[in-house]
Design a protein around this ligand. Structure first.
Ligand SMILES: [Zn+2]
Length: 161
């Protein structure tokens, strides 16, 4: 599922090009229209800053589409070989078994999720994303850096509220 929203009613909150005209109250009311359960169902929250057109035209080339495609399909194959399904399809105890969190990553996840007040469902979804990041990395276990990256994707939206 892919969804997009402006950070605030006028759309310029956090922009360096133009000042946001909204009051903090308006921003809070706008962002709180998204319910917690809905936010929980979205795996990746990424803030995309507004860029002037000139920056877009002159942006350096990133990783080639083909390189990304071959890295993704290798990651998907790792998941299939390990558990016979994608990470996204894992449910219940299979998540704990196959995510293969190392001890430091488990500790980091528990502490951070408790501090952020995450639901069990939110934690499970972050775990599956972390496992995918580990697969993209070619790592056998899911490590702190993978968990931290997955949690960061889920936090981006709420962190601004
Ligand atoms: Zn605004």
């Amino acid at each position: 599922m892919i969804a997009a929203m402006n950070p605030c009613p006028c759309g310029y909150l956090g922009s360096r090009q133009q000042a946001c005209r909204c009051s903090p109250d308006q921003v809070l009311r706008y962002q709180s229209k998204l319910s917690g359960p809905l936010i929980d169902r979205i795996d990746l929250h990424i803030e995309v800053p507004a860029l002037p057109a000139a920056d877009l035209l002159h942006a350096p080339a990133g990783e080639s589409t083909q390189a990304i495609r071959s890295r993704s399909s290798a990651a998907r194959q790792r998941a299939m070989d390990r558990q016979g399904m994608t990470n996204q399809a894992l449910q219940g105890q299979d998540i704990d078994q196959h995510v293969a969190l190392d001890a430091a990553a488990a500790k980091f996840l528990n502490l951070t999720a408790a501090r952020l007040g995450w639901s069990a469902r939110g934690i499970h979804r972050a775990l599956k994303v972390a496992r995918t990041i580990a697969d993209l990395d070619g790592a056998a276990s899911t490590q702190v850096a993978h968990v931290a990256e997955a949690m960061q994707y889920r936090r981006a939206l709420r962190a601004t509220a």
